[in-house]
Design a protein around this ligand. Structure first.
Ligand SMILES: Cc1cc2nc3c(=O)[nH]c(=O)nc-3n(C[C@H](O)[C@H](O)[C@H](O)COP(=O)(O)OP(=O)(O)OC[C@H]3O[C@@H](n4cnc5c(N)ncnc54)[C@H](O)[C@@H]3O)c2cc1C
Length: 462
């Protein structure tokens, strides 16, 4: 039966696309998602192998149910549930600091500073800096912090080398750029948000459960998804979007693209000004990552999540090992591995260029050497291991680059300098980690989904 509801086509079912599609269906629009893969979730999908459920990436979610991903789930009546990651560790060589969910409390900050080895004479300055980093800021202050490199911000308080190393490492983990270019505002938004929400989490069933839950909600509300549908062209007439071409024509009153800013610009290039195209193509991406997934026959790693970096003064360690983040998803969610077994995901960041395959191979070898160094004998417990490179990430997100997050959250391209999700063509929007939100990877995509669904709804009901 023909519908007189406004039609929305969403290109892609990453967290941003799936969330936005479900929110628009909840508002009563006729929503179709076209996804080039045979699965939903993009960079945050999960697969099963021999009783283990592993993720495409190496993830934890900063604010879980209390953040935008939980908010979308509630709004669309989704079935997503969360397991808390009660604590995590940052290790700089032999120095180990434990972060509880309550890491913004006075007691916790003092312990972290002592454990990480800040010099006693710097303790008070580092305390003040940590407290500032862990405190949510008002919008006027954020506008200035957005355009301040995080290192410059930390320099105002202290030159303590271990404190700087810890903040730089944390910046790499949260927004996947170094603190030399990472935005202080964006870092504080993530770090202070996590401290306030005390809700570092992992979705039960694996990262893929996020998009799967939104897509299931979309379908319950009468929307639909077609897998294996790669959108090749965005159809525009008289400056207004009218549909997309994806092995057939899909008419639409609005198109929301989760394919990324630059790929979307390429699909609509002929209808955009040279100035807009130039500006869009100049945005830089976050770093890429490679990962090793370990399916183990025993619980080898006792920590839910670790960020480990070699001691910068130890030349031998620097020549053999690499900084890694390694969550153990089967600790918060034991159903991800068979009884008595363990799933460990270990990742390291590097260039997002998928053509640097030799570099990827070397870093993957180093991840394995680092894991064996930190957990001697881990190799003896391997049932299977899977190595993923940067090309793998590029492949699953359908992009030329294999960046971890999306457009980099560096101090030149966040806040008011982030791309506007409303493209300069009537009815064309972008959603996901590239535009419309802020925060850590998937949560930035989720915040974007909420904001963009409101923009699209406003546009269609004018
Ligand atoms: C190794 C790794 C570790 C990470 N760690 C974390 C973490 O700890 N915490 C965190 O929050 N985030 C993390 N992230 C980042 C997070 O996964 C991403 O930022 C987020 O998932 C991006 O979501 P998105 O909606 O922007 O789009 P994407 O995930 O990029 O999805 C885009 C979707 O669009 C589809 N698509 C693209 N082009 C087309 C087309 N032409 N036609 C049809 N479909 C198309 C793709 O197939 C894909 O499904 C990590 C990522 C990686 C790779």
């Amino acid at each position: 039966m023909a519908s007189n509801r406004a039609r929305v086509v969403v290109i892609g079912s990453g967290v941003g696309g799936a969330g936005c599609a479900a929110l628009l269906a909840e508002r009563g629009f006729d929503v179709t998602v076209l996804e080039r893969n045979s699965f939903a979730g993009g960079k945050a999908a999960s697969f099963e192998k021999e009783g283990f459920t592993y993720d495409t990436g190496v993830h934890a979610v900063g604010s879980g149910d209390k953040g935008p991903l939980g908010e979308i789930n509630r709004r669309v009546g989704g079935d997503l549930t969360w397991a808390l990651i009660e604590w995590n560790r940052i290790c700089l060589g032999d120095r180990v600091a434990h972060y509880s969910l309550d890491y913004g409390s006075d007691d916790s900050i003092h312990h972290i500073l002592e454990d990480i080895g800040v010099l006693p004479e710097n303790h008070d300055d580092c305390y003040v800096c940590f407290r500032e980093l862990a405190t949510v800021k008002p919008p006027a202050e954020m506008a200035v912090l957005d355009e301040t490199p995080l290192k410059d911000y930390v320099d105002r308080f202290t030159d303590d080398p271990m404190f700087h190393q810890m903040i730089n490492a944390t910046c790499g983990m949260l927004i996947v750029v170094t603190y030399f270019t990472g935005s202080a505002g964006e870092f504080i938004y993530c770090f202070a948000g996590m401290a306030e929400n005390r809700s570092l989490s992992y979705p039960r069933g694996g990262m893929g459960a996020i998009a799967d839950s939104y897509i299931a909600a979309l379908e319950r509300m009468g929307g639909r998804i077609e897998y294996g549908r790669r959108v090749e062209d965005i159809l525009i007439e008289g400056g207004k979007v009218v549909g997309v071409e994806a092995g057939g024509t899909f008419p639409a009153d609005a198109v929301v693209s989760n394919a990324g800013l630059q790929p979307t610009v390429k699909m609509a290039r002929d209808h955009l000004s040279a100035e807009y195209v130039d500006g869009a193509m100049k945005y830089r991406s976050s770093y890429g990552a490679v990962s090793v997934k370990y399916a183990l026959d025993a619980p080898v790693v006792p920590y839910p999540m670790t960020l480990w970096l070699p001691d910068l003064a130890d030349e031998e360690a620097l020549s053999k090992y690499v900084g890694i983040m390694y969550p153990v998803p089967s600790i918060p969610d034991p159903d991800l591995a068979p009884p008595g077994c363990q799933l460990v995901l270990a990742g390291a960041v590097l260039s997002p260029d998928p053509k640097k395959v030799d570099l990827d191979r070397q870093v993957l070898d180093r991840i394995e050497a680092t894991m064996e160094h930190l957990h001697p004998g881990i190799e003896d417990h391997v049932i299977w291991k899977l190595r993923t490179d940067v090309a793998y990430t590029a492949g699953i997100s359908g992009r030329d680059l294999g960046e971890v997050v999306g457009l980099s959250q560096d101090f030149r391209q966040v806040g008011r300098n982030r791309p506007d999700p409303r493209m300069p063509i009537e009815g064309l929007f972008i959603v996901g980690a590239d535009a419309g939100g802020r925060g850590i990877g998937t949560e930035m995509a989720g915040e974007s989904a909420i904001n963009v669904s409101e923009m699209v709804s406003h546009f269609l009901t004018l």
